[in-house]
Ligand binder design. Sequence first.
Ligand code: GLC
Length: 438
Amino acid sequence: MERKLREKAKKVLNANYNEEGFTIPCEGLYPFQWKWDSGFIAIGFAHFDMFKAKKEVTTLLDAQWENGFIPHIVFHNESDSYFPGPDFHKSELHPLASKKYKTTGITQPPVLGFVLQELYRIANDKIDVLNFIKTEIDKVYNNHKYFYENRDPNNEGLVYIYHNWESGTDNSPIWDSVWETMEKDTPHYKFERRDTTHVDASQRPSSREYDYYLHIIEIAKANNYDDVKIAELSPFLIQDPLFNAMLIKSNQALIDLYKIIGNNDDKIKTLKDWQSKSKPAFNDKLFDKELGAYVHYDLRNERPIRMITSSSFSPLFGGIPSQERAGVLVNTLKAKFGGDDKYLCASFDPENENFNPKKYWRGPVWVNLNWLLYYGLMNYGYDDLALRVKNDTIELITKCGFYEYFDPRKEIYKKECSGYGGNNFSWTAALLIDLLDN
Ligand code: GLC
């Protein structure tokens, strides 16, 4: 049974692979290369086709900007099935943008450091993969340098994101309070959405939300994507626990890999300096003792956003909490997300009034966040709970297929299969392979 499922997952990945050397997240809905998707996809490929795994990473890094920035979408090809495309984003406004590819001017969580380490872990031929890592690792290091130098205006060790699409959790209820602050100044844009021609509108963000998404980018474009200006003017400026946990995890991965490679003491020192600042800042600023969970911080409006999401648990993956605090976090996870009537792990607090089990990042289960949670729980010795996350993930995919997201309510599956969004979704397939092979 598991063997069949694994074969199906390989088929999904191979079908989404483009001969130019990248894999689309899913046909129709997402027809280009996405940054953090590529990282997860590479991990899946590493289990059966290391050539494609390496290619995925090099192709993405080929679109890196001269300042170290890595964009969230690389528009390799023309496609009219997606909005907003290259003509809207206009990355060429930034003087250091990629000259080779059209891209966006926003980024996504910095997964590549730990992805390189995962390729090394998975590889049979360690020498070959280490040689590959040697050619790419400095690019990832430069990306981290970009973040610390341009995305941390108060020099706290915590970097900001300036767009909800940078978080990877596009329409999380977390952002609702930011949209309220933008309501007055955001025009009603005229645009033709393409996502709702592929997926039922009830599973996607509202059109008013799209106005905010576009408006933030208009402000950045009016300032040629200049980071200093963005820090000053963007109405959206958030310290996101998921994003920062990925950065911290990737810092550690780079330290470990540079040690294996040797002769990189200066970079190791800088990475360690970042870690010794970032980890305590993360624990001091982003942990909400009353909620027993990590939360987002709104840097523009100087207030914490006191709600629990699946991102709240990602610091376990980053090795950020103490063992004691990890225990607190796990209790919160069990109490709010872990009832017997639910699959782990809902993307938003099921007890909150804004929870919506069908709508994108407002409640459904996402396989990439489950994958992070699985390894995070293993990190701290919560093997049983980790196993539940793994089994829930496998069960959902077995029942419904390789969907983008899934309804967390068990009871609903008695009546219908409740996988939502895009089908034959690449990271669902890729990370399933990793979980099965592990
Ligand atoms: C959606 C997701 C984002 C992902 C992208 C491509 O926008 O929210 O995290 O990277 O789709 O799959």
